[in-house]
Design a protein around this ligand. Structure first.
Ligand SMILES: [Mn+2]
Length: 345
């Protein structure tokens, strides 16, 4: 461990400090490291992976950062040297032959790594996992640090970097700031904690400029995306006395809009501003009759149980799931689950 005074109670306290110390020893002993995160990486998955990759490079560790699918366009400029590799399909058998240590970030379930999932648990490779989603430790990882009270995986990676003795440079600070700021809705969501704000303060001091970063991430949209957002808002439905708001983007709308699917990020957040809405949902037809449902909650409502009842997951305030089948049937079942949740059943 570095000279910092150990890991804070809300991230796991002395037990986490001990585990992170042991992780560091495993990292230092490794020949070659692979960092990955969940498929369709968000700002936290992307920023955390990039930051840890940059930190390991500073230590002159052979490291590769790979992800199952490119992140939304707006994040790619944070990786000007192209450290992150994107795999759209399963890599050939020998693609990561040199790697003896894998690190999975922001997800605990191997299948979440998408086309890289088969690497997790591969003989000859140890795996470490850092995740802030609630869950059980899995024996597939030699070290599995779960910190459900962490605002973002970025806060956990910052502690790992500290423990490795790396001082975050400007690029690392920017990556981690993006991770934490995006996962907290720019420090608005209920997961915004004193700790993540202290982290943000450190990262700003190290060179992350919030206004510039916000502009690059959230104020750089194509006119087509704005037009689609308008269309989605016009199609918004309010039910259950206005406590449930939802909208659908079907294949026809999506294809005619010319907007790539990854640019739909942030649409569901926009619904949260509707007065009285406690649960909001955006249903996107990602493939014919295959739907991705994003849920957000406000006030006392929670959506993780709704997502779980459809085989998905997430946090109390932000969750989602995928489902194949009939749209009408999906909407009916979703409505009844939301009604159950809102009535406290
Ligand atoms: Mn996250």
């Amino acid at each position: 461990m570095s000279d910092r005074e150990g890991i804070e109670e809300e991230l796991g306290g002395p037990a986490a400090s001990e585990m992170v110390g042991s992780m560091c020893r495993r990292i230092v002993a490794s020949r070659s490291i692979l960092i990955t995160s969940h498929h369709h990486p968000d700002g936290d998955a992307f920023g955390s992976s990039l930051a840890l990759g940059l930190a390991l490079r500073q230590l002159e560790k052979p490291v590769r950062v790979a992800s199952d699918h490119p992140p939304p366009q707006r994040y790619r400029s944070f990786d000007p040297d192209g450290l992150v590799e994107y795999w759209e399909e399963k890599p050939p058998h020998d693609a990561f032959r040199e790697v003896d240590l894998g690190i999975l970030l922001d997800a605990s379930e191997p299948s979440r790594a998408g086309c890289l999932a088969e690497l997790i648990g591969r003989p000859g490779m140890d795996w470490i996992c850092l995740d802030h989603h609630p869950g059980q430790r899995s024996p597939v990882f030699t070290h599995h640090w779960i910190a459900p009270r962490a605002a973002a995986t970025g806060s956990m990676v910052l502690r790992l970097i500290d423990a490795l003795g790396v001082k975050p440079d400007r690029s690392i600070a920017i990556s981690l700031f993006v991770a934490i700021a995006t996962d907290t809705g720019w420090f608005r969501f209920s997961n915004t904690s004193p700790l993540c704000l202290r982290d943000a303060a450190r990262l700003i001091a190290a060179g992350a400029a919030p206004e510039e970063l916000y502009g690059r991430i959230y104020e750089d949209h194509s006119p087509e995306r704005m037009a689609l957002l308008g269309r989605v808002f016009s199609g918004l439905k309010l039910e259950l006395d206005g406590r449930y708001a939802w909208s659908v983007i079907d294949r026809a709308i999506l294809e005619s809009s010319g907007v790539p699917r990854e640019e739909l990020d942030g649409f569901v957040e926009a619904f949260r501003g509707i007065r009285g809405a406690q649960v909001v949902a955006l249903v996107v037809e990602v493939e014919p009759n295959e739907f991705k449902v994003s849920l957000r909650a406000r006030g006392g409502a929670a959506v993780d149980a709704i997502a779980a009842s459809f085989g998905g997951g997430g946090h109390a305030k932000a969750a989602g799931f995928r489902r194949t089948g009939d749209l009408g049937d999906l909407l009916r079942r979703l409505r009844s689950k939301v009604e159950e949740t809102l009535s406290g059943k």
